[in-house]
Ligand binder design. Structure first.
Ligand SMILES: Cc1ncc(C[n+]2csc(CCOP(=O)(O)OP(=O)(O)O)c2C)c(N)n1
Ligand SMILES: [Mg+2]
Length: 627
């Protein structure tokens, strides 16, 4: 065997493990050192290979793919700073518990730390952000013949397994190769070009179809999550007991790792127990067909009380006081809404239960009286199944008054919000318009900064078959375009992204995947020429620092970036125009950018006006009913 053949066989052994673990796709960024890995991936007909020029974009594409596909993808890079460019995506995957397998090619160990070209310290480069890593030995015929744990397959398998969890997360395989990197000839390697048909295409389409039929939850990498039966039972019994003794219980559903799994369980729990539920847009419970009727409970339990306007009315201390719970059950991560986060602290005296099985604790305010290490969907399901339905037919149900208080607040809030959304200077109105335009089965990807907050505060809970995803793990504004593209690549159905101008600027390179991978995406660009979010912070008053150093207007005309990547580009001026443009865009093939020009300062005033109007109206309503 020549050295190149040994390298190829070594890379094939790695790829074989990936395929055994059900990996269907590899994101590749070009480079020389990774040649054996790329050739091995192309020679494996069960793998789809996508090429990305920029590693940072490739990394975030992988994260988006895993979120939508509910299975990990693999990203392959060459040596040097190429690997370092994956760090932001690895950090997001870590914080979001999203599985991701990084395979970096490296120079042989003996040339490291001695000024060899494109050679940096790659082993351990991701620090504590990866769940497991291995710096493989150089390929050798002896090693290739080895079997068991110390074989190349054994070493790789031990790391790859950790990506799946539970909880899922990023892992790193560092793979040194010596020259010659490739076999003497391409003949007989079984190479297929990235564009050539592969065996797994069908399965991708099947997944997309199943996804549309609402079967997402069965395809998750988290499906294997089970806490030991007894433990789950004990934890469930504790929650049931606390609920039994509670007169004012509240469920807070924050951003979920797997909204398709946790969302339905949250709704079922809310419905069964009649518990008011504050549903983050990323929780999977804000939008769901089940909100339409009480179909699951045969009408006996009433539809679940799913609340979404709280970001406005919980800013009012008197409203917060009137709606004080005596028990809070929390699932998911810290809510998007800062007002709710603050309320959780203000309500710090009530009993708080956090249900979480993720890799990072989720109680930065140190509020939990009980921190239950359990999968939220299963625990909520356990409790819901064992709780007798609180029937309306038996006269008034326990907690009716409490529920009614929240319902009144919520109704008043959305009425007040609707009255305020007629202007063109309100980004909240545009966010609501995008949600209205989504067709069943759609995925909405919300950028960090204001888009996720605007969907949170302005998109009313509704019986809609849509899922909302975002990079809320580390809330970076980098990599958003690629994450959106990854979702589309992962078969998430019609995909729409809402993204700010600075976030788009960060990852314009991600637009290349739209063209190269022929993805169908509508990107709604909320262009306020800078960071609108900073106008809502006290730093706004600190001129001459504020405008240049925080809002940072750039004056870029994104029409040119659309042109560069050959994407359709339109501009709209009103929420109604945006609704129409998005609805038309999702029906068209290809990716397009719909730009919404707005003004940061006028937008700020609109936000404040709505918040005040809603808080006033809700307080009036609650005062009147004497909650
Ligand atoms: C990678 C990264 N850099 C910086 C930040 C800090 N940051 C948060 S929001 C924001 C501005 C975002 O502007 P834009 O995307 O236009 O959204 P807008 O605030 O206007 O809605 C910045 C710089 C961040 N979250 N992530
Ligand atoms: Mg902006």
């Amino acid at each position: 065997m020549t050295g190149g053949e040994v390298n190829f066989a070594w890379a094939r052994a790695i790829v074989e493990v990936l395929v055994e673990y059900g990996i269907e796709e590899v994101e590749v960024a070009p480079g020389s050192r990774s040649a054996p890995l790329v050739l091995a991936a192309l020679a494996e007909s069960r793998l789809r290979v996508r090429v990305h020029l920029d590693e940072r974009s490739a990394g975030f594409f992988t994260v988006g793919y895993a979120r939508a596909h509910l299975g990990p993808a693999v990203v392959v890079t060459t040596s040097g700073t190429a690997v370092a460019n994956l760090l932001p995506a690895v950090v997001e995957a870590d914080h979001s518990d999203v599985p991701m397998i990084v395979v970096s090619a490296d120079r042989p160990p003996e040339v490291r730390g001695a000024d060899a070209n494109q050679t940096i310290v790659q082993a351990g480069i991701f620090g504590g952000s990866v769940r497991s890593e291995v710096d493989l030995p150089l390929p050798s015929p002896e090693r290739l013949r080895q079997a068991g744990r110390r074989s190349v397959a054994g070493l790789v398998e031990a790391v790859v397994r950790r990506a799946f969890g539970p909880p899922g997360g990023p892992v790193h395989l560092n793979v040194p190769f010596a020259k010659p990197l490739q076999p003497p000839s391409p003949v007989g390697l079984g190479l297929l070009g990235p564009e050539e048909p592969r065996r797994q295409r069908g399965s991708l389409e099947m997944r997309a179809a199943a996804h549309r039929e609402g079967e997402r939850s069965r395809m998750t990498w988290r499906k294997s999550v089970r806490s030991a039966g007894r433990e789950l039972g004990d934890q469930g019994a504790l929650v049931a007991e606390l609920l039994e003794g509670s007169r004012r219980p509240l469920l807070v559903a924050g951003p979920a790792t797997d909204p398709g799994l946790v969302g339905p369980a949250t709704l079922r729990f809310a419905e069964r127990l009649g518990i008011p539920t504050l549903a983050d847009p990323l929780s999977g419970a804000r939008f769901d067909r089940r909100l339409d009727s009480a179909e699951d409970s045969g009408g006996e339990g009433g539809p679940p009380t799913i609340l979404g306007g709280y970001d406005h009315y919980l800013r009012s201390p008197p409203v917060m006081a009137l709606l004080t719970p005596d028990l809070i059950v929390r699932v998911g991560r810290t809510p998007t809404s800062g007002a709710l986060e603050e309320a959780l602290a203000v309500w710090g005296d009530c009993t708080q239960v956090v249900v979480d099985d993720g890799s990072h604790p989720k109680d930065h305010q140190r509020l939990a009286d009980h921190y239950l290490r359990a999968p939220a969907a299963e625990l909520l399901g356990w409790v819901a199944e064992r709780t007798p339905l609180r029937r309306a037919s038996a006269g008034s149900r326990p907690g009716d008054q409490w529920r009614e208080g929240w319902r009144c607040a919520e109704t008043a809030a959305w009425e007040a919000i609707a009255e305020d959304l007629d202007g063109i200077d309100h980004e909240g109105a545009f966010a609501a318009a995008v949600v209205r335009a989504l067709v069943p089965g759609s995925t909405l990807f919300v950028s960090s900064s204001m888009p996720v907050r605007d969907v949170d505060a302005y998109a009313q809970p509704a019986a809609r078959d849509i899922q909302v995803l975002g990079n809320r793990g580390a809330s970076g504004i980098d990599g958003i375009v690629s994450s959106v593209m990854g979702c589309a690549g992962g078969g998430a159905g019609p995909v729409v992204g809402i993204i700010g101008d600075i976030a788009l600027y960060h990852d314009m390179n991600g637009l290349l995947a739209a063209r190269d991978q022929r993805l169908n995406v509508v990107i709604v660009l909320m262009d306020n020429d800078g960071g609108g979010i900073f106008h809502l912070l006290p730093i706004r008053d600190f001129e001459p620092a504020f405008t240049p150093c925080f809002a940072a207007p750039h004056g870029l005309d994104f029409r040119h970036s659309a042109e560069l990547y050959g994407l359709r580009y339109t501009e709209v001026a009103s929420p109604a125009g945006l609704e129409e443009a998005v609805a038309a865009g999702v029906r068209r093939a290809g990716t397009e950018i719909v730009r919404v020009p707005t003004d940061r300062e006028r937008n700020r005033r609109s936000h404040l006006r709505t918040r005040m109007r809603v808080a006033r109206r809700v307080l009036e309503v609650l005062d009147k009913r004497g909650s």
